[in-house]
Design a protein around this ligand. Sequence first.
Ligand code: HEC
Length: 175
Amino acid sequence: MAIEDTVTVKTQHLSLCCLLMLIILSACGDSIEQDKLLNSVKKAEPGPALSKARWYRDEQLLRGETLYLTHCAKCHQADSSGTINWNIPDEQGRYPPPPLNGTAHTWHHSLDVLRRTVKRGGIPLGGWMPGFADQLDDQQIDDILAWIQSQWSDEVYKIWQTRNMHSMNDAMKTK
Ligand code: HEC
């Protein structure tokens, strides 16, 4: 065997070894990455930890859900999904009840505007949602809004929070 041939065989052998090592190493790496991913998914599950980063307290959610089901669900649906074609008006130009679950327009409004909408309803703005000022007090309205916002994804909540930092800070003060 010529010297060059021996060198080639050795190099091939070496690169095969390297390749095997790489595969083994990356397989190990994968399972570590997967563990990390699984842990972070477990941590991201909604619950007390999640609502700590939001303006409301956990105990508001149960009260809010009951009030929501009593006063709002008949128009906005029990799961707050509202109407699919919420931005298409009917023949009389009336818009149907929109989703409140973060998929439509609701996250454009500050907490103050949301409170006012529930209190006064949509009639002063040319809509037809009734106002609830004579049926719900401020605490009850906040509980309902807390429950509604608990339906929002973290992404939507964060965008809302950034847009409405001012009224958010006020809400934290009165918490
Ligand atoms: C009789 C049906 C009806 C009831 C009951 C009702 N809504 Fe509405 N809601 C509407 C309609 C319709 C609109 C769209 C604006 C309008 O026409 O007034 C609306 C709009 C809203 C908006 C503004 C959403 C946006 O994306 O701008 C919020 C917030 C809201 N409702 C919350 C509530 C809450 C909270 C309750 C219960 C306390 C409630 N609604 C009860 C029909 C209703």
